[in-house]
Design a protein around this ligand. Sequence first.
Ligand code: FEO
Length: 163
Amino acid sequence: MLKPKVIDALNKQIKMEADASQFYLAAAAWCEDKGFSGMAHFFYLQSEEEREHMMKIFKFLLVTGTRPETPAVDQPPMDFPSFRSVFEKSLQHEQNVTKTIHGIVDLCLAEKDHAAFHFLQWFVEEQIEEENLFRTILDKLDLIGEDGKSLYWLDKELGERKE
Ligand code: FEO
């Protein structure tokens, strides 16, 4: 059995991952509506990935003897001022997730919850990749600008995402 404070924090993380999944779904819809199906594909996959993160915590709680909460999700933004802002908001979101994951790791150490500490190492590593993913895209936008040709190229590249 996990420590009660850790269970509470993991339930909150389930909601955060669920919110992330909805946020990326909204981003996909916005891109697809603008005619950028490659970017939409990228965000659909990202949305699925966040659901997998949520389920990973969900199942972890169950196998360690706790029934997880099934949270209501927040309404994500329906509109974005620019393509850049979609990726900026994504990076901000990932930075927030990193902060909360690190906070739960600290809590595990304080509570001496070794099982949860071990489980969360996967998320610590995953967040390095997640932040890097969006930082790289923003770097590319800095480099190529945001005119039609540049966005067409980025759309093509993001459309090649496999998983
Ligand atoms: Fe599940 Fe992208 O953090």
